[in-house]
Design a protein around this ligand. Structure first.
Ligand SMILES: [Zn+2]
Length: 146
């Protein structure tokens, strides 16, 4: 497939997308939340959470995994963007992960026990299901406490 970028630019022009000057907005997300999610095109993070520009940092990669680069982005989000909560989103039928729920539980644990982040008191993870529901995943460590 070629011309995908041109098609997107043309779509933007046809839709008359409203230009929101960057300088008119704060760099600090209004929700105080940084979201790490899979890059799967079917996963419309902005739509799922009703996000508008300025609402949240959205960090995406294959699987929505907590990679060193995702950690670097989260650290920057907290130190310079003022976020203090982390929301992870994995999904069923993921091409990048064979066990999205299991991986998500590990990611939550990893962030909650991380010494690299200024804030890791609020880390929640959700699995987006085939039916479009969000199912909260709790790591085993947390389940034992409840
Ligand atoms: Zn995926």
């Amino acid at each position: 497939m070629t011309g995908g970028t041109e098609a997107l630019l043309r779509r933007r022009q046809l839709r008359g997308v409203e230009f929101v000057p960057l300088d008119a907005q704060t760099k600090r997300p209004l929700s105080g939340v940084a979201i790490v999610a899979c890059m799967d095109a079917r996963l419309g993070i902005e739509t799922i959470f009703g996000l508008e520009p300025g609402d949240a940092h959205v960090i995406r990669n294959a699987g929505g995994c907590v990679t060193p680069d995702a950690l670097r982005s989260l650290k920057l989000s907290q130190e310079r963007g003022g976020t203090s909560e982390i929301l992870l989103v994995h999904h069923e039928d993921c091409a990048a992960l064979s066990d999205p729920a299991g991986d998500l539980a590990q990611c939550i644990d990893r962030l909650r026990t991380s010494n690299e982040l200024p804030h890791n008191g609020v880390v929640r993870g959700f699995l987006y299901t085939r039916s479009g529901a969000l199912r909260e995943i709790r790591p085993r460590r947390a389940e034992k406490l409840t």
